[in-house]
Write a protein that binds this ligand. Sequence first.
Ligand code: ATP
Ligand code: MG
Length: 139
Amino acid sequence: MARNITLTIIKPFAVQNGYTGGILGKINEAGFRIVAMKYLQMTPKQAGQFYAVHKAMPFYDSLVSFMSSGPVVAAILEKENAVEEYRKLIGSTDPSKAEKGTIRQLFGKSIQQNAVHGSDSDENAEREAAFFFSEIERY
Ligand code: ATP
Ligand code: MG
């Protein structure tokens, strides 16, 4: 299996609560290589663009407002089978249902404030990586 990438975002409440170091520690321990990383606050328009696939969902407006409420850490992570491996490491969308020891179980507070985002396919990983990072920001 070729090494490929996934895109993660450490969400605003996790950054505000000082979980960035703990989350990056879990990512390192699990063997992901950091290809790119930045600390930024999305505008509501940018958050809306990022989550455009969820536009029809009842939680869309609240998700966009939450994701633009404070700074986040966005990163491209590389590993063999990165998308699937990272979703295993973060656990279920709802932290109360996430498996023990997963990032969402350890650092998530609610289905919306679930600590981190992880891409759901190789195609979306590439699209999301290009949303945050230009070619010369990837190493
Ligand atoms: P992500 O895409 O952030 O990695 P996911 O793939 O596990 O999460 P999605 O279904 O893609 O879950 O939903 C995207 C995000 O929307 C979730 O991470 C969560 O923050 C929010 N969300 C999903 N379902 C709900 C819900 N029922 N109520 C509120 N927020 C939700
Ligand atoms: Mg998703």
